[in-house]
Design a protein around this ligand. Structure first.
Ligand code: PAF
Length: 282
């Protein structure tokens, strides 16, 4: 696996692959890789000739009180995992390479409607940071396709919309959530949890499953969500939101069938997110 840090090296290398008619699949990450990321690499491997992973802890998607400094940087271990997963090229630029004028780059990509509420509500500016860096990475790599995890459901919707609005020639592939045996969605932030908190963390998914079963059985939405919030609080979470939305993230109405439960909750030092799709009865 080639490891590159500089933009000109990345461009030259990928131009060679493109000239040879090879397709390129991109897996953008912030590192601290787990099985969820490796599932993205595996999907890109299935679909493209060349798999490019990027590792970049993007400062512009962290709020002032968030965990930018604490975010785990594990480049050497990540590199090894990517080699084992069959990745062809790792691009791990320095912050000053992507933001040569500092984090205050003037140009921002914003997808306001899809970014509203949910994580966008509690993390103002987060999705502008994500949309901007993902657009940068698309420009640098010019992939045929890019793989993103469905755990970050709203992020995936933001990226799909930006690609659609800007007519970017890249196919966006959503990859199902990878879970631990007890159902907890894998996340780099799970590493912040104590043993006790880690046991509790699976209650987020258990609660979503209970709510899904109730809603698919015809239970009324508002009281069901209220029960879910109470259940999360009892387990020790501080819920940020627990919402039912249509699958395209629009508000649910009488005609909605394909829906998704979305939750974010603080558990000790970790902000956990999860989601579960469901079908509402007629
Ligand atoms: O999902 C992530 O890890 C990040 O938000 C992404 C897409 C790599 C952009 O920094």
């Amino acid at each position: 696996m080639q490891c590159l840090q500089e933009i000109h090296e990345l461009r030259e290398t990928l131009a060679g692959h493109r000239r040879a008619g090879r397709t390129i699949g991109l897996v953008p990450t912030m590192g601290n890789l787990h099985e969820g990321h490796l599932a993205l690499v595996a999907e890109a491997r299935r679909r493209a000739d060349i798999v490019v992973a990027t590792i970049f802890v993007n400062p512009t998607q962290f709020g002032p009180d968030e965990d930018l400094d604490a975010y785990p940087r594990t480049l050497e271990a990540d590199r090894q995992k990517l080699v084992e997963a069959g990745c062809d090229l790792l691009f791990a630029p320095a912050e000053s390479t992507l933001y040569p004028r500092g984090g205050s780059a003037q140009t921002r990509v914003s997808v306001p409607e899809v970014s509203e509420g949910l994580c966008g509500g509690s993390r103002p500016g987060h999705f502008d940071g994500v949309a901007t860096v993902v657009t940068m990475l698309f420009n640098l790599v010019q992939p045929d396709l890019a793989c993103f995890g469905e755990k970050d459901y709203q992020q995936l919707a933001v990226i799909r919309r930006l690609v659609d609005d800007l007519h970017l020639p890249v196919e966006i592939v959503g990859v199902p959530i990878v879970r631990d045996r007890d159902g907890l969605a894998l996340s780099s932030r799970n590493g912040y949890l104590s043993t006790e908190q880690r046991r509790t963390a699976a209650d987020l998914q258990r609660t979503l499953r209970e709510l899904r079963d109730a809603l698919e059985g015809g239970a009324a939405i508002e009281p069901t969500l209220a029960t879910g919030l109470a259940r999360l609080r009892e387990s020790g979470f501080e819920p940020d939101y627990l919402e039912l939305r249509a699958a395209d993230l629009r508000p649910v109405d009488a005609s909605t069938r394909d829906a998704v439960l979305l939750a974010a909750a603080q558990l000790g030092p970790a902000r956990l997110i999860d989601n579960l799709s469901l079908t509402l009865p007629r």
